[in-house]
Design a protein around this ligand. Structure first.
Ligand SMILES: NC(=O)CC[C@H](N)C(=O)O
Length: 337
């Protein structure tokens, strides 16, 4: 039996979501929602077999018991501070695992990746089936996350998402399927690596991490610019765009029709928004491929989201505006693949 002090040390922070949800019916993988009663970190860890638990020294923190649809940037900012504190308190800690609902997990991962500047891995993990389900995927996902968070190869790769034995970068991952276990995908370039048995295998490194600099957490605590997402469709008349501007939007992310097009009245409403000083970023509804800064967009003062999906683009634009960044610097951050 190894001495506990020699085991890889990791903190597990639970926030709620399906991975922490319980239903009296083990066949219920759809109607289990009883929001507000999610299991805490110790319950999630107790579902792991003894042989797994014996291989790690784990600090458990129950941060929240929320469905991830109830999360927002102010809660993730508090979570980021907690992660930063936990890592600073324990230089011997290998990394941190955060359990999170999958509905907004990709937003949480991207936000944390932007605001945390840590070498040690921070790994987000969720589940598609509640903890009570037959063949619940939470325990295996949590085990895989513990392996990644304590892996030397995961250092310096930013925030990672582990799901269904794959490792994804925060900037590329998206939830692609409502109920399938292999829901998290990185559409253009695929996962960074896989977990096979106990082995963590990285095939490649994160290309480049987005460094936003400044104390974004401090800024958004005092003034978080309103940024809305406009979903474009044929015949769209721009009513939503005008309404967002009237509500005080300082930024708009357009979920455009591929490869970056809007209906004429939507385009006119976007031009009016730009003329009022609203920062506009063109992204797309597509599941893959970049939205490029075409000449016509540049001429109209519209930025392009590159490979970021609309919800991730909204987070980046919010932080950039909070930090008063010039448009050229914002575009540069969007251009990172
Ligand atoms: N599978 C999931 O985690 C999705 C729904 C879940 N209730 C959540 O918190 O996001």
């Amino acid at each position: 039996m190894p001495d506990a002090a020699s085991l890889p040390f990791v903190t597990v922070i639970s926030t709620g979501g399906t991975i922490a949800r319980h239903s009296d019916n083990p066949c219920d993988t759809v109607d289990y929602a009883e929001i507000g009663r999610d299991l805490g970190a110790s319950h999630l860890l107790s579902a792991l077999p003894d042989v797994v638990r014996a291989r790690f020294r784990v600090r458990e923190i129950t941060f929240s018991q929320k469905d991830s649809s109830h999360m927002d940037m102010s809660i993730w900012a508090e979570l980021a501070r907690r992660i930063r504190d936990v890592l600073r308190e324990s230089p011997d800690m290998a990394g941190v695992v955060v359990t999170h609902g999958t509905t907004t997990l990709e937003e949480a991962a991207f936000f944390l990746d932007l605001v945390l500047d840590e070498e040690r891995p921070v790994v987000l993990v969720g589940a598609q089936r509640p903890a009570s389900a037959i063949s619940a995927d939470g325990p295996a996902n949590l085990h895989a996350a513990l392996l990644v968070a304590t892996s030397a190869q995961a250092r310096g790769q930013g925030v990672l998402v582990v799901s269904d034995n794959e490792i994804h970068a925060a900037g590329s991952v998206t939830k692609a399927s409502t109920y399938r276990l292999d829901t998290f995908r990185s559409p253009d370039f695929g996962p960074l690596g896989v977990i096979e048995g106990d082995a963590v295998c990285f095939a490649r490194q994160v290309a480049a991490r987005r460094r936003i600099g400044g104390d974004a957490l401090e800024r958004i605590a005092h003034d978080r610019p309103r940024v809305d997402i406009c979903y474009s469709h044929s015949g769209g008349d721009g009513t939503a765009i005008a309404a967002f501007c009237a509500a005080g939007a300082r930024g708009l992310v357009v979920a455009s029709m591929l490869p970056g097009m809007c209906a004429p009245a939507e385009s006119a409403a976007l031009d009016a928004a730009c003329a009022q000083g609203v920062a506009v970023v063109m992204s797309s509804q597509g599941s893959s491929g970049a939205t490029l800064a075409r000449q016509d967009l540049r001429q109209r003062g519209i930025m392009a989201a590159g490979r970021l999906r609309p919800r991730q683009a909204r987070i980046l634009l919010t932080l950039c505006l909070a930090l008063d960044m010039p448009a050229a610097r914002i575009q540069h951050l969007f251009d990172i693949p």
